[in-house]
Unconditional design. Structure first.
Length: 241
């Protein structure tokens, strides 16, 4: 993505752990700037769903990788209504179910799966940046865990969005259960911390790489976090001109 940087749309890469606010902020950023939006985590969830539909044992590493390479996946990158479609089935809601969430790390830590999804993610980013779908302005916000370091290390803007453990647990508890009391926070602890621990074995998303801007949202609400991220992107856009 080095050639013709001035001739293509902006690429914004945002990484972060569970509950850091990256999905909410990334989608809002894409919507307000008129860019495409890619939730790469949803692609690992889609791969998990596809393996289940195909009867593939998630502990069979080669079989999972083979299934994912054959997966007929379409990512609808409109930030106003992002959708995930696999084999003609809209699975946007299905991939968020608790049973799938509990096992997605088995797929996300499969290195061959990561290589295949990296290839697909880079293709989506390239197409959006080049205006393949006639977007105006061209560009994309892609979020996940290794976008700033592996998938799009040459993105125009690279941000690591962090938050402390308590803030992340409270956000996810409110998202899942509508409240963030002691009971709901404890109920989401395994989902948040175990998945981060699992994924950290194959991806670095708790420490910013060189050139990546860190935004700590621990004490921020959604609007404040968005404003902080937007300021980073605005500065980068001005530098590109």
């Amino acid at each position: 993505m080095e050639q013709g940087r001035q001739d293509r749309g902006i690429v914004v890469a945002i990484d972060g752990p569970s509950g850091s606010g990256k999905s909410t902020v990334s989608r809002r950023l894409a919507r307000e700037l008129g860019l495409a939006y890619l939730d790469t985590g949803a692609m690992y969830r889609a791969a998990t769903w596809w393996c289940g539909r195909s009867g593939v044992d998630l502990d069979d590493v080669p079989a999972v990788a083979a299934a994912v390479r054959a997966m007929p996946l379409t990512m609808v990158t409109d930030p106003r209504d992002p959708r995930v479609v696999c084999d003609g089935v809209d699975i946007t809601d299905a991939i968020r179910e608790a049973a799938l969430t509990a096992v997605v790390s088995k797929v996300a830590t499969n290195l061959d799966v990561r290589a295949e999804l990296k290839r697909l993610q880079r293709a989506i980013i390239e197409d959006a940046a080049a205006g393949a779908e006639h977007r105006a302005p061209r560009g994309i916000v892609a979020e996940g865990r290794d976008i700033t370091t592996v998938v799009a290390p040459d993105a125009d803007v690279r941000i690591l969005l962090l938050a402390d453990e308590q803030a992340r647990l409270a956000r996810r508890a409110k998202e899942r259960h509508g409240t963030a009391d002691a009971g709901t926070i404890e109920a989401t602890r395994d989902e948040v911390l175990r998945r981060d621990a699992d994924d950290s074995t194959v991806s670095t998303f708790l420490t910013a790489a060189d050139g990546v801007v860190t935004v700590d949202s621990s004490a921020y609400g959604v609007d404040e976090t968005f404003a902080a991220v937007l300021a980073v992107v605005t500065e980068a856009e001005e530098a590109r001109r």
